[in-house]
Design a protein around this ligand. Structure first.
Ligand SMILES: Cc1ncc(COP(=O)(O)O)c(C=O)c1O
Length: 455
């Protein structure tokens, strides 16, 4: 625990039996540098959250830069010479793109807007992949204009569009997005490896083989490899193995049909993380070991050269780095003695509960509760009954308006999916590291909201 964690300094020594202790943080959920303190506060990057909220207001998204960097390094270590491309859709701003770039990762973007952020951060074009099931001509022109290294093709129309654009000069390297027919057993809204959903070319129907033929037929296009992404928040490593094995089998079919097989194999992201105590989580080390072995074994069985692998973690890089701090606005007594604790944010800064039924935990910070604990549901301020942030959590029985609640694991798909529902302003993002706090995204103002309303 850091120096700031010792508010009892200078008092008479206590015996181990009488020494008060800070309430431990749940394993896995909080950022790498998060520490509990005796006064009930939590510090991240050696900065306590309560004073941070006095400076920047609430709701506030705090991002632990060291946590992000450590996870980037863990993925790079685990995957060795494979390319690790951070999926920018999880959370992207100039600071994040800079950290990712400095840690040697590539970056996956899926719109001209995300690409503009990468450009503004000076992210090397060669290390950018562009995704999207419906890239617009504007997206494609932006990608080719910046010299984006790789475009992941997702439809026959896109192949024609790219061929026409490439004939005017650029020669993009392409990956074909394949739907391998693998169910990652995750929420339907983020299941993308099975037939019948909107992403990719189906392997089973022959569409993927046809996409390869069409790209090869275009002399201005270069087929660099194959891509698949079976979904998000996947906690069964076997699903990744199955997808990898099917993709290698397809590479072998392509060699039989066309001679040399493509050199690159991108297996996407989707590595699941724990949102609440006890949730399963895929650690990069074991998952990388399995995946690399699966690919090597499948290649050996087909006598194929091992392709260069790419993986695209998003959530696994940034989810745990983020903690959102809300202020309690009201407390109601619900049925069976439970509390309904309403805070000053909700589905506008965290749409995941209403989109996927996701559930979080919450913790009172800034003071120690008195009078035991009660079961509580933390709800947002928006005009929907489904605006629930955390259900069935234990909070101090005396939780009251003005208190601060910290919600861990809010770094991924929170800020990037935030909205202005109910004309609520989106919260700021503050990066903390080594005792310094830096505002990297400011709070939206009412003027920001009104600026687009032209009367
Ligand atoms: C193509 C692709 N790659 C990577 C990701 C990242 O997924 P996750 O954040 O779950 O790792 C996504 C998420 O939707 C995706 O669509």
């Amino acid at each position: 625990m850091g120096a700031a964690a010792r508010p009892d300094a200078g008092r008479a020594p206590m015996t181990p039996q009488t020494r008060p202790s800070a309430v431990a943080l749940e394993a896995l959920l909080w950022p790498a540098t998060a520490r509990p303190h005796l006064d009930g506060d939590i510090s991240i990057g050696r900065i306590k959250l309560t004073p941070l909220t006095e400076r920047f207001g609430t709701p506030l998204l705090v991002v632990d830069e060291q946590d992000v960097r450590e996870r980037c390094r863990a993925f790079r270590r685990a995957f060795g010479d494979a390319e690790v491309a951070y999926a920018g859709k999880a959370f992207l701003c100039r600071a994040m793109a800079t950290w990712i770039g400095q840690e040697g990762l590539s970056l996956d973007v899926c719109s001209a807007g995300e690409l503009a952020v990468a450009r503004a951060a000076g992210f090397p074009a060669e290390r950018i992949l562009m995704h999207g099931n419906a890239k617009t001509p504007e997206d494609l022109r932006a990608a080719l204009g910046y010299g984006v290294g790789t475009i992941v093709v997702d439809s026959f129309h896109e192949i024609s569009r790219l061929a026409a654009l490439a004939a005017q000069g650029a020669r993009p390297r392409l990956l074909i997005r394949v739907t391998p027919g693998v169910d990652g057993h995750t929420h339907a809204a983020v299941t993308t490896g099975t037939d019948g959903q909107k992403f990719g070319f189906s392997l089973a129907s022959g569409a993927a083989a046809e996409a390869v033929r069409r790209v090869l037929a275009q002399r201005h296009l270069e087929l660099a490899g194959l891509h698949c992404h079976i979904g998000s928040q996947i906690t069964d490593p076997g699903a990744f193995d199955l997808a990898a094995a099917r993709m290698v089998e397809f590479l072998a079919e392509l060699r039989a049909a066309h001679g040399t097989p493509p050199r690159r194999l991108d297996l996407g992201g989707g590595f699941g993380v724990a949102y609440r105590a006890g949730d399963p989580e895929l650690a990069p080390g074991p998952v990388a070991g399995r995946l690399r072995r699966t690919v090597q074994d499948a290649c050996a069985a087909h006598r194929l050269p091992v392709p260069r692998l790419t993986v695209e973690p998003g959530r696994a890089i940034v989810a745990h780095a983020g903690v959102t701090v809300y202020r309690v606005v009201s407390v109601k007594h619900g049925p069976a003695g439970g509390l309904l604790v309403a805070v000053n944010g909700g589905m506008s800064d965290n749409p995941r509960p209403s989109l996927y039924g996701a559930r979080y935990t919450a913790r009172l910070i800034g003071r120690r509760g008195a009078g035991g604990e009660r079961s509580a549901t933390v709800v947002g301020r928006h005009c929907e009954a489904g605006d629930v942030i955390a259900a069935g959590v234990r909070l101090p029985a005396d939780v009251r308006p003005g208190d601060l609640l910290a919600v861990p694991c809010t770094g991924a798909y929170h800020h990037s999916m935030a909205s202005n529902y109910n004309m609520v302003r989106r919260p700021p993002v503050v990066a903390v590291r080594d005792g310094r706090a830096r505002l990297i995204i400011r709070r939206e103002t009412i003027d920001d909201l009104m600026a687009r309303d032209l009367g």
